[in-house]
Design a protein around this ligand. Structure first.
Ligand SMILES: C=CC1=C(C)c2cc3[nH]c(cc4nc(cc5[nH]c(cc1n2)c(C)c5CCC(=O)O)C(CCC(=O)O)=C4C)c(C)c3C=C
Ligand SMILES: [Fe+2]
Ligand SMILES: [Fe+2]
Length: 362
């Protein structure tokens, strides 16, 4: 921390949001039903959604069970988020981190009561999604506001919608990418063609067309990381954004990660795959990227398939997140504070959470 960085008020509660994951084989099904029952994910009237959620959850249940079995029968996401929370607390004296997951324990409704019992002077709502999507951050924050109101939790609160273009975050994200790229170059030879594939979680195209800013923010985030890579390497490697984890039959954002791997095979190019919308390892990195897409790459005889790790509790990432938290809280209580710390509020149409909150409230 440098001297110009603001200091957090004592008793600042930082609530970290993520999606959650099953904590054992028996919770895979209810976790997935919770996910597909969320109106932010499946946009159908309530009585249709009830049945649709169960139908969609059942359709890929076996594949999901096999995926979790490869990780010991559970998601590593909560343990990794706890490590991030501990590291962030060490970087931010006076703050206590709480974790609220959207579709499995610890749920926001329980965490809001814990935060109230801690009696915070300030609250910072900090989603662990760098880019805003109505399906992730929007859904989690709406759920939190309901839960906080039910718990009678009242304290000055700052909400961060997104931090996809924070320069320290971009620089911290660039480092493991550069290390993986250099490994690929050393193994394949300096003349080998290598493409950086920034693989983001996909979204149904209809959600983006309805105004979700996620795709735009993923592209801007990739650009910020590419600028950091270029500054470090002195050149700009070949790169492409693609979208993974399609989970419903609708049309999703393209190119899919699989299509991007097929294109790389046609171009006789090795790839370094970079998870750009997740800051922790979980099923979609450890199984989808490391097992399933690797098999596709092997089958297509790609010259090389490498994967850059997610941030987890990497010290440079935690330092970046601590800076983001400090600057956000320094703006004082408000609906939202984002984009390099510029404050925004309910009247600011620039802020996706402000826009989405108006829709949810209507
Ligand atoms: C319509 C379905 C889905 C949308 C839209 C979606 C968006 C979305 N998700 C993440 C991050 C994560 N997703 C995770 C798991 C997960 N996501 C879906 C479906 C949608 N996600 C499913 C069905 C699952 C469960 C896994 C499975 O059954 O295959 C996870 C946690 C995984 C874990 O370790 O348990 C994360 C994290 C983002 C960033 C996003 C859109 C921006
Ligand atoms: Fe997902
Ligand atoms: Fe904002």
């Amino acid at each position: 921390m440098n001297d110009s960085e603001p200091v957090l008020p004592v008793r600042t509660a930082i609530v970290l949001f993520n999606l959650g994951g099953p904590d054992g084989p028996d919770s895979i099904k209810p976790f997935r039903v919770n996910l597909f029952s969320d109106p932010a994910i499946i946009r159908a009237p309530v009585f249709v959604r009830f049945w649709l959620a169960r139908l969609i959850a059942r359709s890929a249940q076996k594949k999901a069970e096999e995926g979790y079995a490869l990780m010991g029968g559970k998601s590593p996401l909560l343990d990794l988020t706890r490590q991030q929370a501990d590291a962030l607390e060490s970087a931010l004296p006076g703050a206590k981190c709480f974790i609220a997951m959207r579709y499995w324990h610890p749920f926001a409704r329980d965490v809001a009561r814990e935060v109230k019992a801690w009696n915070p002077e300030r609250i910072l709502l900090l989603p662990l999604y760098p880019q805003f999507s109505t399906t992730t951050t929007g859904s989690s924050l709406a759920d939190w506001h309901d839960s906080a109101a039910r718990a009678g939790l009242v304290a000055p609160t700052t909400t961060l919608c997104c931090w996809y273009d924070d320069p320290a975050f971009a620089a911290a994200t660039a480092e493991p990418v550069i290390r993986t790229y250099e490994t690929a170059r050393a193994e394949l030879g300096a003349g080998a063609k290598i493409r950086l594939l920034f693989s983001a979680h996909g979204l149904p195209e209809s959600i983006v067309k309805a105004g979700d800013p996620y795709q735009e923010e993923v592209e801007a985030c990739t650009e910020a990381v590419m600028a950091a890579i270029e500054r470090r390497l002195g050149h700009r490697p070949d790169h492409q954004v693609c979208y993974q984890s399609r989970a419903t039959p609708q049309k999703w954002l393209e190119p899919s990660t699989e299509q991007a791997i097929e294109q790389a095979a046609r171009d006789n190019t090795a790839v370094v795959v970079i998870p750009i919308a997740f800051v922790s390892e979980h099923i979609e990195t450890l199984v989808e990227l490391d097992v399933e897409y690797r098999e596709v790459a092997d089958h297509l005889k790609l010259p090389g398939y490498y994967r850059a790790p997610a941030q987890n509790d990497d010290p440079a990432f935690i330092a970046a997140l601590a800076g983001i938290a400090r600057r956000a809280v320094a703006h004082g209580p408000g609906l939202c504070s984002h984009r390099g710390g510029r404050a925004c509020d309910a009247r600011n149409r620039d802020c996706p959470w402000a826009r989405y909150r108006a829709v949810v409230a209507a």
